[in-house]
Ligand binder design. Structure first.
Ligand SMILES: *[C@@H]1O[C@H](CO)[C@@H](O)[C@H](O)[C@H]1NC(C)=O
Length: 393
């Protein structure tokens, strides 16, 4: 039956132009995929899509029992788009998928990783999807030239969003990734956003919020190339909210590298206008990564350990603020280039240096564009143009 229906749908799709394919939790895989006759399974729509197709998900919660495999490509002028239909709320719940969670100390097969498992697939665009309770939320392996916008990844059993392996020209805008944890590792590896064990140019994370994840907010472990990170806020990571014992979570706001000998390459990461607050370890750390980093106008406040910690990379630090961090504002080796930062002056920065330290100001819902509401959060009372601002442009 299913084969016949899929064939029927294929016959209905125009071959010259990208088609629209509709999916609904109340649809049927015997349907045509037209708006009035939506499919039920997202995978069925992915299997039908060709370059230029748009897959529209109608509102509701999808609960597939196996993850969604995306292993084909669009093309540069004709991407394949997977998105919620016209502002409708779409949740994909991975709870019924394998690996939710895997046993303690067990591995998770590559193919099982991710509610969306994107491998060797290029020129996809994803908009307005919430991915929950999965074996990772988004898991991209050896995939380039993909775009993700207004994705929520929460409460997954591994990292919320992970780019793995060869990865170039991926853009991730306005990601909210929170509450992700890894029972199989007691907190050792579930991050909000991770770019791991690979290399590639042109990857950018913009406007993300990464919070209350068990390990780090952001982790660029064994990724050997520059990643651009801007307008991103990371808080509350590395706290044992799941009673894991022993607890292995790290809790850096921005862990900008790390790994074994030979797995660390010079990665010239560029970090601009980012905020780390109330993480259980450091705000920003190179974590033994090498490379020429550029950190401009970031703020680390109230993290448990150090605000900015750079010893192996050579970071150019300009106009950043470290305030009220538990151990000390900075830990910088002699090679670091530091100018115009809060710690380069004579005053000591505390909560009272800011107009507002009300952390709820950055936790509201996003506008349809993806922007969060601009506020006075962590703006210096002095009016100096240093540190991060939520008045993004
Ligand atoms: C990334 O984008 C650049 C500029 O468009 C392009 O030259 C390069 O080939 C792309 N890289 C990959 C791996 O597709």
């Amino acid at each position: 039956m299913k084969l016949v229906s899929v064939w029927t749908v294929a016959a209905l799709l125009p071959s010259c132009l990208g088609a629209e394919i509709y999916v609904s939790p109340s649809g049927s895989d015997d349907a045509t995929g037209a708006i009035a006759s939506p499919l039920k399974s997202i995978q069925a729509a992915v299997d039908l899509a060709t370059a230029g197709s748009t897959i529209y998900l109608r509102e509701g919660t999808y609960s597939p029992t196996t993850n969604i495999q995306i292993t084909k490509s669009g093309s540069a002028g004709s991407p394949i788009v997977l998105q919620a239909y016209e502002g409708e709320k779409v949740v994909i719940d991975g709870e019924e998928m394998p690996g939710t969670p895997a046993e303690l100390d067990a591995s998770l097969d590559n193919d099982d990783r991710g509610i969306l498992h994107i491998q060797d697939a290029e020129y996809w665009e994803f908009y307005d999807l919430e991915l929950i309770n999965g074996p990772y939320g988004v898991y991209s392996r050896d995939a380039s030239n993909n775009h993700y916008e207004r994705i929520i990844t929460r409460d997954n059993y591994e990292s919320g969003f992970q780019l793995q392996g060869a990865a170039s020209n991926n853009s991730v805008f306005y990601l909210d990734s929170y509450g992700n944890r890894d029972p199989r590792k007691n907190g050792e590896s579930a991050d909000g956003f991770a770019c791991k064990e690979g290399e590639g140019e042109g990857n950018i994370l913009r406007g993300a919020r990464l919070w209350n994840n068990v390990d780090d907010g952001l982790d660029l472990w064994e990724f050997k190339s520059a990643v651009t990170i801007e307008d991103t806020i990371s808080w509350g990571n590395g706290v044992n909210r799941w009673d894991f014992s022993p607890f292995e979570g790290d809790g850096n706001g921005f862990k900008l590298g790390g790994g074994g000998d030979g797995e660390i390459g010079p990665a010239n990461h560029i970090i601009t206008n980012c905020i780390a607050f109330e993480n259980s370890k450091d705000g920003f750390t190179d974590n033994s990564q090498t490379g020429d980093f550029t950190l401009t106008r970031n703020t680390a406040s109230n993290n448990a350990a150090v605000g900015f910690k750079f010893a192996s990379a050579v970071a150019t630090l300009n106009d950043n603020i470290a305030a009220a961090n538990g151990e000390k504002p900075t830990s910088l080796s002699a090679d670091q280039i530091s100018e115009g930062n809060s710690w380069d002056g004579s005053e000591s920065w505390t909560d009272s240096s800011f107009i507002s330290v009300d952390t709820t100001l950055v936790q509201g819902s996003r506008a349809a564009s993806g922007l969060i509401e601009a506020s006075d959060f962590l703006l210096p009372k002095s009016g100096e143009a240093i540190g991060a601002t939520t008045h993004w442009s």
